[in-house]
Design a protein around this ligand. Structure first.
Ligand code: MRU
Length: 331
């Protein structure tokens, strides 16, 4: 099943319910979709690209319009809200902008609806195809019996299907290579333990769950020999990805373990550098509570950035749908 699809409105797998329940939710308005993006019911850069794209289509269908100009103004306004729902992954605004630009070429309400939906479907379709190509390219870096450490979730659930970093593992396994995975739990929202372990076990790919703080011992003991992670935005001087990625990259470098990033070209934002990108800060509650259980004093000061930046000097290669990039990265 695809992570996100259109059937009269936008449907998505509610990732906040996993691994306990695989539940679909319908977003019938842009506001509902923005809510789903903010609470991470849909998440992961490529899945957000599709969500942004479908979101603009949703804006075209969610109400009636008295004329085309009113509709176009409405689409522009909703596109702005969608694109700013989460600031760090560039893919969200890539998906929004692509469909908006195409839709604004339409000359009637009906034509705009048709264009917006067909462009959004293309965005989703292309994501699956490019992930398969990322997988095939990246699988060349994996050998039989490799053990890959990964962070956060970069699989089917973070994309429309297949995955980026986990797509590489999937492709290698499909080619008959025996690959094992160590998945970091990825505190505080546990995309690694809840989502990566869930989807790899479903596909019968060997996965071992570790705490984020076990990365050092796992590398020191030689339990993994490669790292592959995804990316939310690749800028001229480095890679933004889930908080904790930077620490994994430093630890990998210390232990001489290759650190690979897998991402589609739409994640590249090469007019920017580290200082131009906003790192999303999430709520204090994510650290103070785990479900209903209180884990810290209610009034404690909290710093909860959702992403961090890894300089290119720590990245051994970047795997894209167009091939593998190696240092020095001449973007
Ligand atoms: O906050 P999230 O769960 O949206 O963060 C996701 C990540 O950081 C992923 O590693 C990244 O988006 C790549 S997904 C193929």
């Amino acid at each position: 099943m695809r992570t996100i699809f259109w059937k009269d409105c936008v449907w998505l797998i509610d990732q906040t319910k996993l691994p306990e329940k695989e539940e679909l939710i319908a977003c019938r308005t842009v506001e509902e979709l923005i809510g789903a993006i903010k609470r991470l019911s849909i998440r992961g850069a490529p899945a957000l690209e599709a969500a942004g794209a479908y979101g603009v289509a949703l804006a075209a269908f969610e109400r009636e319009f008295s004329d085309v100009d009113e509709m176009k103004r409405y689409l522009v306004e909703k596109a702005k809200l969608l694109a700013s729902a989460r600031p760090t992954a560039v893919n969200l605004s890539v998906g929004v902008d692509r469909v908006l630009k195409k839709a604004l070429e339409g000359e009637s309400v009906e034509e705009i609806r048709k264009i917006a939906l067909s462009e959004a479907e293309k965005v989703a379709e292309e994501d699956v195809e490019r992930n398969k190509r990322i997988g095939e390219n990246g699988a060349k870096l994996l050998e039989d019996n490799d053990v890959v450490l990964t962070f956060c979730n970069t699989g089917r659930l973070a994309t429309v299907d297949w995955g980026t970093a986990l797509g590489v593992v999937r492709s290698a396994v499909e080619q008959g290579k025996r690959i094992r995975v160590f998945a970091c739990e990825t505190r505080p929202l546990n995309q690694g333990s809840r989502l990566t372990c869930y989807e790899l076990m479903k596909d019968q790919i060997d996965v071992t769950l570790i705490t984020d703080s076990a990365v050092g011992i796992v590398m020191r003991k030689g339990l993994v020999n490669k790292v592959i992670v995804g990316a939310d935005r690749i800028v001229r001087d480095g890679v933004f990805n889930k908080i904790g990625t930077y620490t994994v990259a430093i630890t990998a470098r210390y232990h001489g373990i290759p650190f690979y990033v897998a991402a589609p070209k739409s994640t590249f934002d090469l007019n920017k550098t580290e200082k131009d990108v906003e790192i999303e800060e999430r709520s204090r509650e994510e650290l103070i509570f785990c479900g209903n259980k209180q884990l810290a004093p209610r009034d404690v000061k909290v710093y909860n950035p959702a992403f961090d930046f890894t300089p290119l000097s720590l990245v051994s290669a970047i795997i894209t749908e167009e091939g593998i990039l190696y240092p020095p990265y001449n973007f």
